[in-house]
Design a protein around this ligand. Structure first.
Ligand SMILES: C[S@@+](CC[C@H](N)C(=O)[O-])C[C@H]1O[C@@H](n2cnc3c(N)ncnc32)[C@H](O)[C@@H]1O
Length: 303
């Protein structure tokens, strides 16, 4: 077997079912329950269906996303569950819940392109540039450095960075719809480059090109899809290849070190890793539920 093949991490099952005596964390257990409920036609998705199932006392369990920004929606579900005594579990992200409930495929460009066709408005995942600016500046001290913005989406991040002095930014995303829209919108900023490209295969980007790379939510979306371990490994190998030796990759993620270190600390990648917490912006009217994480994680990976 070739060395590269030996190093490629193997995927376990998409939702590995541990042996009965093995401890399972709550989110893995929930993923399994949702998968089984979906297969048995026992999953009611969306506000209307969920309310009907709770009110008719058929619901055994209700699952709601913590980042739901519609306070009325959250209050209604909380009140209904209280009234009929249905257990309510919160998961960090609506997109993650959507994937587990079979509503979307976060690792498919068709899903993302469809989303960008329907929503032409800019959308910012997790944090705006302003709220992470100090940390970005500390990690990317040279404003002349070449920056790769990975899985750029419709975020203002590259434009805000540009206005803050960083001029040499190449943004990549595998949705051509999104790349074309951003290219058109910011055509006046000629130094910003936009390229439709899969982060797992950055063909067209030469080795040792970038001083810095930034990922806000993109590794997370790979982790929510199928073959996640291998996809994230291919992605990180590619970032390592296009970063100059000593270059820096910043990753903003909802996942803590217990879930991310396994990918970022792989010896074959050779990154030196540090991590810090960034407080989450809170949505008005939404009370954090017990156990809800109130920060994102910012990983600094030195090539
Ligand atoms: C969670 S969104 C984050 C968007 C943006 N970085 C932000 O902060 O708002 C993930 C983005 O990664 C892109 N993406 C997901 N998998 C990808 C892949 N394999 N190659 C390139 N882009 C990908 C999606 O199209 C989407 O725009």
């Amino acid at each position: 077997m070739a060395e590269a093949e030996e190093e490629t991490p193997m995927e376990t099952a998409e939702v590995a079912e541990p042996a009965a005596e093995e401890p399972m964390d709550l989110m893995t257990a929930l993923q399994l329950v949702l998968k089984k409920a979906l297969a048995e036609d026992g999953l009611h998705r969306g506000l209307r269906e969920a309310c009907k199932a709770i009110e008719s006392r058929k619901a055994l369990l209700c699952v709601l996303a913590q980042d739901c920004d519609q306070a009325d929606y959250t209050k209604l579900i909380q009140a209904l569950c209280n009234e009929v005594n249905v257990h309510l579990i919160r998961v960090p992200q609506a997109v993650q819940l959507g994937e587990w409930a079979g509503l979307c495929k976060l690792d498919s460009d068709a899903y993302w392109s469809d989303r960008y066709e329907k929503e032409s408005e800019e959308f910012e995942w997790y944090q705006s540039y302003d709220s992470i600016k100090d940390k970005v500046k500390a990690a990317f001290p040279d404003t002349d450095g070449k920056i790769l913005n990975i899985g750029s989406g419709s975020s203002r991040l590259p434009v805000s960075m540009y206005l803050d002095g960083y001029k040499k930014i190449t943004s990549i995303d595998f949705s051509p719809v999104c790349i074309e829209a951003m290219k058109g919108k910011f055509a006046d900023k000629a130094e910003l480059e936009w390229k439709a490209m899969d982060v797992r295969k950055m063909e067209g980007l030469a080795d040792d090109t970038f001083d810095y790379a930034i990922d806000k939510g993109t590794m997370d979306s790979l982790l929510c899809g199928s073959n996640s371990t291998q996809n994230v490994y291919k992605y990180l190998q590619e970032v390592k290849r296009v970063l100059k030796p000593g270059g820096t990759l910043l990753i903003l993620s909802y996942g803590g070190p217990s879930k991310r270190d396994v990918h970022l600390k792989r010896p074959s990648l050779g990154f030196t890793l540090t991590q810090q917490e960034v407080p989450k912006p809170t949505a008005a009217g939404v009370t954090p539920s017990p156990g809800m994480e109130n920060h994102h994680y910012l990983y600094t990976c030195k090539a």
